[in-house]
Design a protein around this ligand. Sequence first.
Ligand SMILES: Cc1ncc(COP(=O)(O)O)c(C=O)c1O
Length: 491
Amino acid sequence: MPVTLSHTGDMNPDEFRQYGRQLIDWIADYLTHPEQYPVLSRSQPGDIKAQLPAAPPEQPEPMDKILADFENILLPGVTHWNHPGFFAYFSVTGSMPGILGELLMAALNVNAMLWKTSPAATELEDVALDWLRQMLGLPAGLDGVIMDTASISSMVAIAAAREALDLDVRRRGLAGRADLPRLRLYVSDQTHSSVEKGAITLGLGQENVVKIPSDTDFRMRVEALETAVRSDIAAGYKPFFVCATVGTTSTTSIDPVPEIAAIAQKYNLWLHVDGAYGGMAAIVPEMRHVLAGAEQADSIVVNPHKWLFTPIDLSALYTRHPDVLKRAFSLVPDYLRTAEGDAAAVKNLMDYGVQLGRRFRALKLWMVIRTYGQTGLAARLREHVRLGQQFAGWVDESPNFERMAPTPFSTVCFRACPASVPEAALNGLNEGLLTAVNETGEIYLSHTNLGGEFTLRLAIGNIRTEERHVARAWECLREGLTRLQKPPGLL
Ligand SMILES: Cc1ncc(COP(=O)(O)O)c(C=O)c1O
């Protein structure tokens, strides 16, 4: 039987209660035993679609059937980011308080485009982001705004930096303007691709994203940055933006932010700090130094949806120039004018980015921060770093594995390198090892390429990952290597 309806045409509230309770029970069980599923989905391309009707249902369908299809058809196609053996990319957490925040957010379904369209959403965003700023040890005067992802945060920061140049780009655009120099941005060869994508989107041109080489520890080489800026100026370009990263995507290296800040100041560049993952470690008092230099940034991005137990999506963009950000993006048609906005008495969130509509995302961050408190958050991050360092130690002690980069946080880059395997065969061996361990369904690791070498990455960041899970990952890797090294006849 399809659900019964209330007079509004929506679901009958009693049935909503019944299914709501059933789902909360399901979620609680799921989060308690995510290991019952293989961490990496075993679906083959097209498997899921093949089980779903191509046309929408003509008539209402029973909720029991919908939920059964969720469990039987969709769940096998889910890779379980909540699994404690999820060590790929950057491991994240949908924590229970964060999920409750999402539930309330969905129920209220406000659109926080204007202060007036939900004052609490706008004001809580200010409060929660200011709490986060304080926890990170960043100075007052940095104004925060929530974006969906770090990619958008960085793109918006580039747009603000361009606006700060007063080149009238907003009105006249860039194309066909002989009066404009070519604008140049500087990143390192380790910077996340999203910064380059932002430059592409903003019409700045991929050619104008200058990739500064990094040193042997994968940190931007500051003298190479200065040389590039100077030679660009001499060639008639206009350098305007540099991105320093705290926790690069491949190895989690930390760029020398204070030195990059000095170059930014000398050449009048907008300094953007991408701390999407690593910046969060500054919440741990003894790791606060990771954000050294960020206090001089024009903008900073950190992602609570990566390493602060907040369900995706929630990225925090801070800037000391909210007026410039607003100048870049504010465009108020008549139908969106309000008395408070006209009087500049409130912040209207639609003025600080591309999109009009905004979810009440601050709610989940506020619930996470309040539920765990500063010390609780720091304790969990500290434990992840301890586990990462412990794993790095096991790699260092093993004659069959080696570390490929320093481990400043909880992500370890390493590879298998048994003496019996020639250097030229190591990439193939490690690729095979990655496939073998991921096929177990117990752990999921990802990889990167460091100087042409296929490198395994183990990233710890899930609230449910305990020491035993990391130990099991190490066991799977050693077992996998032994299996791969056995002569074929013995397999
Ligand atoms: C350093 C860094 N910046 C930016 C991003 C992009 O993050 P998002 O998925 O929030 O756009 C990532 C993703 O892993 C990252 O590692």
